[in-house]
Design a binder for this molecule. Structure first.
Ligand code: 5GP
Length: 219
C-alpha cells in the first residue's frame, strides 16, 4: 500500500466572524461498519459527505455520485496530475481519492463534512488539516468482521480474503486517531459517533468567532 497527496495548506477559513466547518475523518477496516454509522449521522442532517473517486467497479445498488464517482485508472491519474485530490491512496489494489474542491468548499462555507477514508488517507488528512477530527471504528472481533463481510455479500471470495488479510495491519493504526468507537452494537456506536460530532461542535476554540459576537452584544 502507498499513499500520496499534494502538499496543501488548510482550506482558507471562513469569512471574518464566521466559523469554518469541521472536517471529520472516519476510518475502519472494510466491513467494520463505518458506512452504516456514517449513514445514521448523515440522516440527522447538518453534515455533508465527501464523495470519493475510485477505480473499483460499482457494487450492486451503488449509484454514481452517491457512494463514489467511478472513474478509470487513466481518469484518476489525470486528476492526480491536476492536483484535484486532497489525498489519495491505493487500497485493496484499487485507487481511492478525496476531492479537494468539495472538502475545501464545504469547510470554507461553514459546513461540517465527514470523510470515509482508509488509514493512509486519515493520516494524510490529519497532516494537512491539523484541526480535523479523526475517528476509528473498531470491529469487535475478526469473527464478526468476517461475518459482516460475508453478510454484505458484495465482495468476491478473493476480495473478501484480501480485506480480511489487510484488517490486522489497518487495526494497528488505531492509536493515531482522536477517538475510537468499538462497533459491537450499531445503535450504541451510532449514538457515540453523533455525540463526538456534537461535542466537537461545542468546543470553545472552534466557536470563538460566534462567542465573541454574543459576548460583545452584552457590552
Ligand atoms: P470500499 O471499496 O469497501 O468502498 O472501500 C475500501 C476502503 O477504501 C475503505 O477503507 C474506505 O474507507 C477507503 N476509501 C474510500 N474512499 C477513500 C478515499 O477517498 N481515500 C482513501 N484514502 N480511502 C478511501
Amino acid at each position: 500500500m502507498s499513499s500520496k497527496q499534494k502538499k496543501l495548506n488548510r482550506p482558507d477559513t471562513a469569512a471574518p466572524g464566521e466559523t469554518p466547518g469541521i472536517l471529520f475523518v472516519v476510518s475502519s477496516p472494510s466491513g467494520g461498519g463505518k458506512g452504516t454509522l456514517v449513514q445514521r449521522v448523515l440522516k440527522q442532517g447538518n453534515l455533508s459527505y465527501s464523495v470519493s473517486y475510485t477505480t473499483r467497479a460499482p457494487r450492486n445498488g451503488e449509484v454514481e455520485g452517491r457512494e463514489y464517482f467511478f472513474v478509470t485508472p487513466e481518469e484518476f491519474d489525470a486528476m492526480v496530475t491536476a492536483g484535484e485530490f486532497l489525498e489519495w491512496a491505493h487500497v485493496h489494489g484499487k485507487l481511492y481519492g478525496t476531492s479537494r474542491e468539495q472538502v475545501f468548499r464545504d469547510v470554507r462555507e461553514g459546513r461540517d463534512i465527514i470523510l470515509e477514508v482508509d488509514v493512509q488517507g486519515a493520516k494524510s488528512v490529519r497532516e494537512l488539516v491539523t484541526d480535523s477530527v479523526s475517528i476509528f471504528i473498531l470491529p469487535p472481533s475478526i469473527e464478526i468482521l468476517r461475518q459482516r463481510l460475508v453478510a454484505r455479500g458484495t465482495d468476491s471470495p478473493e476480495e473478501l480474503e484480501l480485506r480480511l488479510k489487510n484488517a490486522p495491519a489497518e487495526l494497528k493504526h488505531y492509536k493515531e486517531f482522536d477517538y475510537v468507537i468499538i462497533n459491537d452494537e450499531v445503535e450504541r456506536a451510532a449514538g457515540q459517533l453523533s455525540c463526538i460530532i456534537e461535542a466537537e461542535r461545542a468546543g470553545r476554540a472552534r466557536q470563538e468567532p460566534a462567542i465573541k459576537q454574543v459576548v460583545e452584544s452584552f457590552s
